[in-house]
Write a protein that binds this ligand. Structure first.
Ligand code: BDR
Ligand code: CA
Length: 315
C-alpha cells in the first residue's frame, strides 16, 4: 500500500541551496506534502528571504504553497548575513521574475504553532534550513507543541569540518546559537546535516551540466544558481564544486539509506567569543552526556545527485 506523503514545514532563508531544497520537496509530492514555508532572516534579511521563497514556489509552478514571514532577527543577537556567498539578493545567478503570489498575513511562528496543534500529534516534520530562530521561538511560546513534532531534520553544525563562517562555527548555528541551544535541548527527535556531510555533496561540473541538460526553466535556474555560489567555495576550499547543504535535509526524507551517522550528544557553545556557535558533537562518545541528535557524517553523493536531478526533471 502506498504511504501517505510525509507532512513537512520548511523553515528557510533562501539562499540558492535552500531554493534547491524547496524545489526538491515540491518535486516529490508522492513522498512529501509541504504544508507551508516559513522564512527567517539569515543568508539575507527577512524581506529578501520571504521574496526568494515565493520566487522559488513560482519557479516550481506551485504558487499555492503558503509562505509566511517569520522572525527578522536572532533571539538576542544582531543578524549576521552571508551576501558574500549568496549575492546581494540571496538568490544571485539566475534571472527570475519578482513573485506575484502574496506573502501570508500570519506570522511564520504562529503558523508553525497552529499547524502543530491542528494536525494529529506526531505527523508533522520540521525542516529548518537556516538559523533556528523561528523554531526556538515557537517552542518557547507554545511548549505544548513540542511533543506533537514528528521529527526535526535540520541543516546546521559541524564537527570534523569545524566551521565555515568562523574557524569553529557553521553559519546557521552561529547566527542564532541561543535558538540552536533551545532546539537541541528540546527533547524532540532531531536529525542534523552538518558540514561534515554537506561538504561531500559537491556540485561538480558534470553534475551542474546534468541540471542544465534538463532543458527546463528549473534545470537552467538550478545550474545558474550553483554556477553562482560555487565561485565562492572553489576559491575558499579549492574543492571540485560547491557543497549543496540544504537539499540533504529533503534527501534524508526521501532516501535515508543514502546517509550514515551516529546518534550522539550535540551541544552548542553560546558564551565564548572565540568559539561562539560551535557544535560540540560527542562523535567518539567520550562523555556520558545523553544523546540528543542523529548527527549525519556521510552520504552516497552519486545517488544523492541522481535522485535530485531525476526529481528536478519532474518540475
Ligand atoms: C548553511 O548556511 C547557508 O549559507 C546555507 O544556505 C546553509 O543553510 C551552510 O552553512
Ligand atoms: Ca539555508
Amino acid at each position: 500500500m502506498p504511504k501517505d506523503p510525509r507532512k513537512i514545514i520548511i523553515d528557510t532563508d533562501p539562499g540558492q541551496d535552500d531554493a534547491i531544497a524547496i524545489l526538491l520537496a515540491l518535486a516529490s509530492p508522492e513522498d512529501i506534502e509541504v504544508l507551508g514555508i516559513t522564512t527567517v532572516a539569515g543568508n539575507v534579511p527577512l524581506d529578501l528571504t520571504s521574496k526568494n521563497a515565493r520566487i522559488v514556489c513560482e519557479l516550481a509552478g506551485r504558487p499555492d504553497v503558503p509562505v509566511f514571514a517569520g522572525c527578522d532577527a536572532p533571539l538576542v543577537r544582531r543578524l549576521v548575513t552571508a551576501e558574500h556567498v549568496h549575492g546581494k539578493s540571496g538568490l544571485d545567478g539566475p534571472d527570475l521574475p519578482d513573485p506575484e503570489m502574496p506573502l501570508q498575513d500570519q506570522h511564520g511562528v504562529d503558523f508553525i504553532i497552529e499547524t502543530l496543534r491542528r494536525e494529529p500529534a506526531g505527523t508533522v516534520t520540521l525542516c529548518p534550513l537556516g538559523p533556528l530562530t523561528n523554531i526556538a521561538t515557537a517552542f518557547d511560546r507554545a511548549p505544548d507543541i513540542l511533543e506533537r513534532v514528528q521529527e526535526i531534520v535540520l541543516m546546521g553544525g559541524a564537527y570534523f569540518e569545524v566551521g565555515n563562517i568562523t574557524p569553529t562555527a557553521e553559519f546557521n548555528i552561529y547566527v542564532d546559537p541561543e535558538a540552536a541551544e533551545i532546539v537541541l535541548k528540546s527533547g524532540a527527535k532531531i536529525t542534523m546535516m552538518p558540514l561534515d556531510v554537506t561538504h561531500k555533496a559537491l556540485v561538480t561540473r558534470a553534475r551542474n551540466e546534468a541540471f542544465r541538460a534538463l532543458g527546463t526553466p528549473v534545470g537552467k535556474a538550478v545550474a545558474e544558481m550553483t554556477d553562482f555560489f560555487e565561485r565562492f567555495d572553489r576559491e575558499k576550499y579549492g574543492s571540485d564544486g560547491a557543497p549543496l547543504h540544504d537539499p540533504t535535509v529533503i534527501a534524508w526524507l526521501l532516501a535515508p539509506r543514502l546517509f550514515t551517522g551516529r546518534f550522539i550528544n550535540v551541544e552548542v557553545e553560546t558564551q565564548s567569543k572565540l568559539t561562539l556557535g560551535m557544535t560540540v558533537a560527542d562523535w567518539w562518545r567520550v562523555t556520558d552526556r545523553a544523546p540528543n541528535a542523529m548527527f549525519i557524517g556521510d552520504l552516497d553523493a552519486e545517488r544523492f545527485f541522481s535522485i535530485l536531478t531525476e526529481r528536478l526533471a519532474r518540475l
